[in-house]
Design a protein around this ligand. Sequence first.
Ligand code: SF4
Length: 426
Amino acid sequence: MIQSVLFINPPSLPGTTANREGTAGMGVTVSTPRGFYYPPQTLAYGIAVLREAGYLVGGVDAVGQDLSLPATLVLLRDHVPDLFVVHVTPQTWDADVRFLQALRGDFPHIPVLLIGTAAHFIPHARWSPWATALLAGDAEWGLVQAVRALPDQQPAAGLWYAHTSTPPAPVRIPHHPTLPRPAWDALPTDVYPFLSLWGSRGCEHTCAWCPYRLGWGDSRRVRDPQEVAEELVWLAQTFGKPRHIFRDPLFAAQPEWVRTFCRELTRRASPPPPWEVEDRPEHLTPDLLHQMARAGCTQVKLGLEIISPSLLVRWHRVPDARAAQAYIRAAAQAIRTCRKEGILCRAFVLTGIGETEEELAATEAFIQEHKPHYVSVKRFVPYPGLPSPPELSLPEERLRAWEERLQAHTYPPRPSWRHRLRRIWS
Ligand code: SF4
């Protein structure tokens, strides 16, 4: 019988940082120690649901605490549970398997359950020697059933036993789920510069370069905006972080949801706590950005990607050339409005999708003209389930030079008393 459960975010490989929450659970390995990583939200919600179900639950974030593999194992010896739940991802698998091998060596009789929204993209032959089972999909929604099913090897939604090679359908969180507050208190929140939360998961768009639909699903599910506003206020009051980052791939896909959320937030807290979101350009209308700014939104990550109608169509970002023109106009307007409303705008550009020098020059000209505060450039990664990268039309060194050049564009905000006064009095 399982009574106690220990959740683990395994240590990074030496000299790197394992960001297991990154890219919808596909994970990212950052090639520097103590690099950027999202606090382990999967653990915080997972611990909360098992706690609510009556289990004795703890958490170890070896990345956050900067623990080496031996130090992590020493720590575990003082907290041996009935079940280990380990967060793993395709892109951090080298670090994950090193930890799982050591865990199996030190605790051969304790069952191990792997979690992660994209963990089921790790080939069965790789993980099955080191774990009892893998829970595919949204862990917080499948964990209670999975933990109940494990001792007798019973079936449960999304549960993939090591002895079965056929993967199950991932368990997906539904619309308007009821969730307990995330158990950040079980994790080393003092070391996190910000905390994260979510209001929606999944995306119904069809951009062929996108791993988010694979990790979080291709149907969008939302939480109640009142509940999300309440959670944000609680996070701010309990942990006092200066930043709260929404992990939704499309925060503003439903304007009415955003309006309700903003209204609920300003009703609950004055001033409202700061929060940050990401989205594609068409959703970020001036009216919505205005309301978001008044409700405490401080930063928008804008999926600009590339200024090329033909590439936007070819990769199914938009349906046709006309929609591509509307998309580019919407991006320009979103950047302008962010500046006007005092919201930091970080434009994300995608490379490695078969772009030409002319298309990169058009993207640079757009950035120079519209001046987002910051630019982040990401190279296309053929995550499992995505198409192979196209033949690069530019040599690697040319592309890298373009990436550095685009990334170097920064137009930080200038302090403006006029703007601050307008925000206070509007
Ligand atoms: S809109 Fe964003 S999240 Fe949705 S498929 Fe396109 S890139 Fe992915």
